[in-house]
Write a protein that binds this ligand. Structure first.
Ligand code: SF4
Length: 202
């Protein structure tokens, strides 16, 4: 039965996941509008105001994702965990799609997920319940203090969690050499680059 639940949708598109554990894999992105985290370096500030984006039913979002031919659907934002995502993930999974989440963990996570990428932000601390659910910890490195910040979370997430350090795009030239040296000294971590930006795709 079609769901009447709606969520603010900023954009949705089929592309290549450019970051983290699934880097290089085809994925359908659903970018929900609304975020109250306030990262100073945010590259999707136009997502912040939820009311600027149309409400779209989860049935329609699922139909578009399914029609794309994708196997993986990435729910991102904005900050998607501001919303109850049970209905959206339930509808996607009922269509045979994998559900992946990109979140700062600012709120407890709802929904049924095949993969959770947790990227904590200093601007709004994550909810403790996210730490044990994360499959991937992705720390954005903007300056040197972010290594210690990332290590704090690496100690708190579950043992299976994959650890990634990713340069903030505008600081890449400056921080990538530091990341490389850090990963060589701490091989539990891996480097993540935003390879979609090199491919000039969204
Ligand atoms: S959590 Fe994401 S969308 Fe929200 S301000 Fe930070 S980078 Fe931007």
């Amino acid at each position: 039965m079609a769901s009447v639940v709606t969520l603010p949708l900023m954009e949705d598109f089929y592309t290549i996941q450019g970051e983290g554990f699934y880097q290089g894999s085809a994925a359908y992105f659903i970018r929900l509008g609304g975020c109250d985290v306030g990262c100073v370096w945010c590259d999707v500030k136009e997502s912040w105001d939820a009311s600027a984006h149309p409400l779209v039913s989860v049935t329609e979002m699922t139909r578009r994702a399914k029609d794309s031919g994708a196997e993986i659907v990435v729910i991102t934002g904005g900050e998607p965990v501001m919303y109850d995502l049970m209905e959206l993930t339930g509808t996607l999974k009922a269509s045979g799609l994998r559900t992946h989440l990109e979140t700062s963990g600012a709120y407890p996570i709802t929904g049924t997920w095949d993969w959770i990428c947790f990227s904590p932000k200093k601007f709004k601390l994550p909810h403790d319940s996210v730490l044990e659910k994360a499959n991937e910890l992705k720390v954005i490195v903007y300056n040197k203090t972010d290594f210690a910040w990332g290590e704090e979370f690496a100690l708190k997430v579950n043992n299976e969690c994959q650890l990634f350090l990713q340069p903030e795009w505008s600081k890449e030239k400056e921080v990538l050499p530091l990341i490389i040296e850090f990963v060589k000294a701490n091989p539990r971590w891996q480097v993540s680059l935003q390879v979609h930006k090199y491919m000039n795709i969204p």
